[in-house]
Design a protein around this ligand. Structure first.
Ligand code: 8YV
Length: 328
C-alpha cells in the first residue's frame, strides 16, 4: 500500500492551502490555533516527513535529533533565522523559504511605519481619542518631514531596494545604505542610492530602517553605541528581526530625548514585549505584520506548499536554502 507522506503544520493556515496539501499528503494541522507546547510540537514533528513552518517555529539540533523521518521544512517566511540551517544540511533536511512574493508588501509597510513614526500618527490618534485636543497650536504634534530628508537603509536586499525605490522616486529622499556587498553601479544609479559606512549612515540619516537578516553576527547590531551615533531627533524603523536591536538601549535613547521616535514591527522574544516599550509615547509598535495582506500571505503559503509538493513528487524545490541536500 502506498502511504502518503505526513506533513505537520503547527499553526493555522489558509484552509484552501491545507486542502491542496491534503490532496497530496496526510496533513496534521492545528487550525484550532491551540498553543502548542514545545514537547507536543516535537512529538508531532517526529511523526512527520515534512513541515510547513513559520518564522516562529524553531528547527534546532534537538528537534532534528528527535525527528529522524523529517526530510523538508518549508518556511512560510523569507527570513529563516528559526532554522539551524547547518544542522539541517548535516541531517539531510531540506529548508525552503518564500522570497520575492512578500517584497513589495513588506516595503509598503516599512514605509508606512516610517511615515507613522516621523509624523507621529499613532501618538496623534491617542491624543485625539483621549480628548486632549483643545485648540490649534503652531507646534501641535509637530513631526519631521519625510520628503526631502535622508533615509539610511541597513541591509539592501530585495526589500531594502523596494524601500529605496519608494523613498527616492516617490518622496524625493536622499537614500544612503549600508550592506556587506555594494550593489552594482547600475542598480545604485537606478535606485539613486549610495553605499556608505555604517558610522556615516548613522550620523547622516534622519530616518534609519533595518532590513537585514538576523544572525549571531547581527545580534544587537544597534546598541547604545550605535544609537548615540545617530543624528539627534532621528527615527529608527525595524521591519527585520527584533534581535537586531538592544531594546533597553533603544528605550534609553528615546527617554533621554536623543531619538525622535521609533517604529518596530518585530521584537526580541516576541510575542512577549519588553514592558518598557509599552510605556512610551513617540513610538509605533505593530505585531510582526509587515507581510500581512491576504494576497501576500496567500502567496507565501502557496509557495511553501509548492515546495513541499515539488519535493515529494520530484525531489526538487522552488526556493531551496540548502540545495546541496538535493544533490544525489
Ligand atoms: C512572516 C517575516 O510573517 O517573511 C519573513 O521573514 O518576517 C514575515 O513575513 C513571519 O516570519 C512568519 O512566518
Amino acid at each position: 500500500m502506498n502511504t502518503k507522506p505526513k506533513i505537520y503544520i503547527p499553526r493555522p493556515n489558509f484552509p484552501q492551502v491545507i486542502e491542496r496539501l491534503q490532496s497530496h499528503f496526510e496533513v496534521i494541522h492545528n487550525q484550532a490555533d491551540e498553543v502548542v507546547l514545545h514537547e507536543h510540537y516535537v512529538a508531532k514533528a517526529a511523526q512527520s516527513d515534512g513541515m510547513l513552518t513559520t518564522g516562529s517555529d524553531l528547527i534546532n539540533e534537538a528537534l532534528l535529533k528527535a525527528c529522524g523521518s523529517l526530510k523538508i521544512c518549508a518556511n512560510m517566511a523569507v527570513g529563516f533565522n528559526n532554522f539551524d540551517l547547518e544542522g539541517m544540511t548535516r541531517a539531510g533536511v531540506l529548508a525552503t523559504n518564500t522570497p520575492d512574493v512578500l517584497t513589495q508588501t513588506t516595503a509598503d509597510f516599512g514605509f508606512a511605519l516610517l511615515m507613522a513614526c516621523a509624523r507621529r500618527m499613532v501618538e496623534s490618534e491617542h491624543f485625539l481619542r483621549d480628548q486632549q485636543w483643545k485648540q490649534w497650536r503652531f507646534d501641535l504634534l509637530a513631526g519631521h518631514d519625510v520628503h526631502g530628508s535622508t533615509l539610511g537603509i541597513i541591509g539592501m536586499g530585495r526589500i531594502g531596494q523596494a524601500v529605496a525605490k519608494r523613498a527616492s522616486k516617490g518622496f524625493d529622499m536622499k537614500v544612503i545604505y549600508h550592506n556587506r556587498t555594494q550593489l552594482p553601479a547600475a542598480t545604485e544609479s537606478a535606485l539613486e542610492a549610495t553605499w556608505v559606512e555604517l558610522a556615516d549612515l548613522l550620523a547622516q540619516s534622519d530616518h534609519v530602517m533595518l532590513v537585514l537578516p538576523y544572525s549571531a553576527q547581527s545580534h544587537h547590531m544597534i546598541g547604545a553605541r550605535e544609537l548615540a551615533m545617530m543624528k539627534p531627533g532621528a527615527h529608527l524603523i525595524n521591519i527585520a528581526r527584533g534581535g537586531l536591536i538592544d531594546e533597553d538601549a533603544l528605550v534609553d535613547a528615546l527617554q533621554s530625548g536623543h531619538l525622535g521616535g521609533f517604529a518596530l514591527d518585530v521584537f526580541e522574544g516576541e510575542p512577549k514585549i519588553n514592558p518598557r516599550l509599552l510605556t512610551l509615547k513617540r513610538v509605533v509598535l505593530t505585531p510582526h505584520i509587515a507581510s500581512s495582506t491576504i494576497q501576500t500571505r496567500l502567496k507565501m503559503s502557496n509557495l511553501a506548499a509548492d515546495n513541499l509538493i515539488e519535493f515529494f513528487a520530484h525531489r526538487k524545490a522552488i526556493t531551496p536554502l540548502n540545495p546541496q541536500v538535493l544533490e544525489p
